[in-house]
Design a protein around this ligand. Structure first.
Ligand code: SPD
Length: 353
């Protein structure tokens, strides 16, 4: 006999264990994903439940005999199929435009940039755990440039890039559209790499060392037309990366770009972020779902995600994605530029650091 409240009951148990907001709907989403994949990382991709919450849901489903954790895979049991039938849980439907992968922009005028970028990126510094690095596919980096160009945020503009393991600055420089690109980056390897490539290719790109936990230096304050960043996703990191970007902007109607994931940020965290943006008097003009797709980082087995995962198989394809946000400043926007108050890498939802 399957109880009417079984999905909500599972959610409640997981909520208590993880302190992450989890609802019956999240359990449904996991059971939906399981109908098309037995791979944990793909379950995260389809369900859009945070990694620690999804892990606990799956472990609870296993305890209740609804799924079976079997070696490297997760399979639905007979009881699981009964629940799927009873609650009419459909399979996920996920089909993006085959030409633009749902990003909504064309790379037609950026083919040469993409070709050159791919060559350069072959020698890029590898992602390291110390700074929660994990870069996007080369097509995505160049798509970011095409997106900014489509919004007229790049042509003859000054671009500030905060943290750049994605090498967006290089792609922007290769496009020859911005007047100037400045990179503020904590990792000396990346600063040296970007400056070396900039010199070799004669780009208008300059990188310098900067730790996001410190206020934006005076020389970068209120100077740029556009910023782009890809923050770690604790509340403190979101606040710091984005407010530093905003502090770098020179006035109203300047733009900012950043990616926000569901894998490490519940919708409650999205709410925190969106409220923070409105409180700073900036508006969200665009959100593009799964615009950013990340290359699996080499240190996966050392992450919390792997520790909490119900099965220990490494991801076989890209699974970590983020929505691309674009914001614009209004008259009276706030340049919050205080030092860090908390840890920027770890909270209850983070897992890939
Ligand atoms: N720790 C590896 C994954 C890091 C990806 N960072 C980008 C998050 C999106 N804001």
């Amino acid at each position: 006999m399957i109880g009417e409240n079984i999905l909500e009951n599972i959610a409640e148990i997981v909520r208590e264990k993880t302190r992450i907001p989890v609802y019956g709907v999240d359990v449904r989403r996991i059971l939906s994903a399981l109908q098309v994949t037995d791979d944990f990382w793909e379950i995260i991709f389809y369900s859009e439940v945070t990694v620690p919450a999804a892990s606990e849901i799956l472990k609870e489903l296993d305890r209740k005999g609804i799924v079976k954790l079997s070696g490297d895979v997760i399979v639905i049991t007979e009881k699981g199929y009964e629940i799927i039938k009873k609650f009419e849980i459909p399979k996920p439907y996920y089909k993006k435009c085959p030409t633009c992968s749902g990003r909504g922009i064309s790379l037609e005028d950026f083919e040469e940039v993409l070709r050159e970028f791919k060559k350069i990126a072959q020698n890029r510094p590898e992602a390291i755990q110390q700074y929660d690095q994990g870069y996007v596919l080369p097509e995505v980096t160049v798509s970011r440039v095409a997106l900014m160009a489509n919004k007229m945020d790049l042509q003859n503009k000054r671009l500030l890039v905060i943290g750049d393991d994605d090498l967006t600055s290089i792609a922007a420089g290769l496009s020859n559209l911005p007047k100037e690109v400045v990179v503020l980056e904590i990792d000396e390897r990346l600063v040296n790499f970007i400056n070396k490539i900039s010199e070799e290719y004669g780009l208008k790109v300059n990188a310098e060392i900067y730790d996001i936990r410190n206020p934006l230096p005076e020389r970068h304050y209120a100077k740029y037309d556009t910023f782009i960043t890809d923050p770690s996703e604790t509340r403190e990191a979101l606040r710091l990366f984005i407010s530093r970007g905003i502090s770098g902007l020179h006035g109203p109607r300047c733009a900012g770009y950043f990616g926000i994931t569901r894998a490490e940020a519940s919708l409650e965290k999205w709410y925190y972020l969106q409220k923070m943006l409105l409180d700073m008097r900036v508006v969200i003009t665009d959100m593009i779902h799964n615009f950013n797709i990340y290359v699996n980082w080499g240190y996966a087995e050392k992450t919390r995600a792997m520790q909490v995962a119900p099965v220990k198989k490494a991801p076989k394809r890209e699974w970590y994605t983020s929505t691309m946000y674009r914001i614009e400043t209004l008259e009276g926007f706030v340049r919050y530029n205080e030092p860090a108050k908390e840890d920027i890498y770890e909270d209850e939802e983070s897992s890939t650091v």
